[in-house]
Design a protein around this ligand. Structure first.
Ligand code: NAP
Length: 279
């Protein structure tokens, strides 16, 4: 069994980011990532802070723009429009979840698609589906980056994805389809989850349910990618019962140290290197 080490993959991409950033700095361009946070969601505050630290450690300016829950929708949109116009801003990240009172769809789609580094706007989502270059959401990109780093081919493989969110499951399924995998999408209404997962050559869990994937749900030798991040008693754990699945799997990502480690670097790569192919 091979451990798919996200830290190695992140280090590989960090080098690419640093090289490209060096080119920009030589031309006196100091790119900025604008992180927009509305309200007081604690996990997103923590993630914003950690993203800012990693960005700064690479040499990218990362500013956090915070609005409290009393901010009017138009105020947030004005701020986005200002950031759209600001030349030094290469990327705008709107932290989720936003407080319920806002029309998130409307706000997200005010981000210029050329600065939408988390691939949330309709324009970038469409590019994933049509196979045009665009900004691909960072977590699905991280999964592809891990598969590519370890030379795991997708052509003709049975890929089973658990989860169908707009930011993870759906774009990931499309990326796998673009690489000629046969993709099955599972969710809470899937009748027999185990029957589906047992067929997978590559099983990707993105459900947000700790320990959902047990040993008897995995085909021997399968590649198991755990996207889940769950906080149990102060510890981070994935969707896969790692200790029992690892001996059966051909390869597996740990949590922590797997996809999460790569996701942040994908964000910075999107900021510095721009839009990427979606196939
Ligand atoms: P989400 O919006 O809550 O979606 C979860 C999906 O999983 C839904 O489609 C849901 O089905 C499905 N699901 C939940 N429980 C299930 C079950 N028992 N059986 C089958 N399907 C089930 O979550 P998300 O934003 O996609 O994130 C998924 C996980 O990835 C979370 O743990 C999140 O923290 C993690 N995440 C990790 C990273 C990273 O960098 N590693 C980045 C983003 C998110 P329905 O559609 O039927 O409800």
């Amino acid at each position: 069994m091979q451990i798919l080490d996200g830290k190695k993959v992140a280090a590989f991409h960090r080098e690419r980011v640093e090289r490209k950033l060096g080119d920009l700095l030589e031309h006196h361009i100091q790119p900025e990532l604008a992180i927009l946070r509305v309200g007081d969601d604690k996990p997103s505050a923590l993630y914003a802070g950690s993203l800012q630290r990693v960005a700064q450690s690479v040499g990218i300016t990362a500013e956090i723009y915070h609005k409290d829950v009393s901010a009017r929708e138009n105020e947030i949109i004005s701020m986005i429009e200002h950031l759209n116009e600001k030349k030094s801003v290469y990327g705008i990240l709107l932290m989720m979840p936003m407080p319920e009172q806002y029309n998130v769809y409307r706000i997200v789609n005010c981000i210029s698609p050329a600065k939408d580094v988390d691939g949330l706007t309709d324009v970038n989502i469409a590019h994933v589906f049509t196979g045009q270059p665009g900004f691909v959401p960072c977590t699905p990109r991280a999964v592809m980056a891990v598969l590519d780093y370890y030379h795991i081919p997708l052509v003709g493989k049975e890929v089973v994805i658990i989860g169908r969110s707009n930011v993870v499951g759906k774009p990931l399924a499309q990326l796998c389809l673009n690489r000629n995998a046969t993709v099955t999408h599972c969710h809470t209404r899937t009748r027999d989850l185990q029957a589906e997962t047992c067929r997978a050559d590559i099983l990707i869990a993105a459900a947000g349910k700790a320990g959902l994937i047990r040993a008897d749900m995995v085909k021997p030798g399968a590649v198991v990618i755990d996207v889940g991040i769950n906080r149990i008693d102060g510890k981070i754990t994935g969707d896969v019962a790692y200790d029992e699945v690892a001996p059966i799997a051909g390869a597996i990502t740990p949590v922590p140290g797997g996809i999460g480690s790569v996701t942040t670097m994908m964000m910075l790569e999107n900021v510095i290197c721009g839009q990427t192919p979606t196939d």
